[in-house]
Design a protein around this ligand. Structure first.
Ligand SMILES: [Zn+2]
Ligand SMILES: [Zn+2]
Length: 190
């Protein structure tokens, strides 16, 4: 599995541990415009191998952060395999912003956990893992494909104890291997 890690954020993400894949980080010139990885000195690849394009990205458009913004990451294109997937955008700055706004006094700073979750989750889409069923919020709380907030929109708009909610949310960093069985759905080859 190949990842072009434009902004050097892959190591934050815990994806290697969760997926148990062998992940090779590549430079931008090691794949082509279609993200087909170039294997120098090799011929007759049976199939093309595509790389995933991972980057830090300001998802709310570069202006001032807004209260209603809901996304920490997006996957562009279809879920994997990587040949169908266009781009993996993670907004680590948004996570820090949410943390500073909602939980500045929480001794247990969970923004690092949230970043690990975010990158692992979005790269999971890149290797074909869908969200849990029957809802995005159901299933194994240790799994990164489960959404972290039970009802984030309500939470953000409430006058409740945001710090306590932030502190209590389950942040999965693994891929589950029962139930939704995210691990079994991983596809790396086209
Ligand atoms: Zn998702
Ligand atoms: Zn799962």
């Amino acid at each position: 599995m190949f990842v072009y890690d434009e902004d050097n954020i892959y190591s934050i993400g815990n994806f290697t541990n969760a997926s148990e894949l062998t992940v090779h980080l590549i430079d931008s010139d090691e794949y082509d415009g279609n993200r087909v990885v170039n294997f120098n000195n090799e011929t007759a690849n049976k199939i093309d191998q595509h790389g995933l394009y991972l980057r830090q990205y300001d998802l709310d458009g570069g202006g001032p952060r807004i209260e209603e913004w809901l996304y920490w990451g997006v996957s562009l294109g279809a879920n994997g395999p990587p040949g169908n997937h266009d781009e993996t955008r993670c907004d680590l700055a948004q996570i820090e912003w949410d943390h500073d706004r909602d939980a500045p006094d929480v001794a247990n700073d969970r923004s690092g956990d949230a970043k690990e979750w975010n990158i692992t989750h979005e790269l999971g889409h890149g290797v074909s893992i869908p969200h849990h069923q029957p809802t995005d919020y159901s299933g194994d709380t240790d799994c990164a494909m489960r959404y972290v907030f039970d009802n984030w929109l309500l939470w953000m708009k409430s006058a409740g104890d945001n710090a306590a909610q932030w502190n209590a949310m389950p942040i999965g960093k693994d891929f589950c291997d029962a139930g939704d069985d995210c691990k079994a759905q991983i596809e790396v080859s086209d």
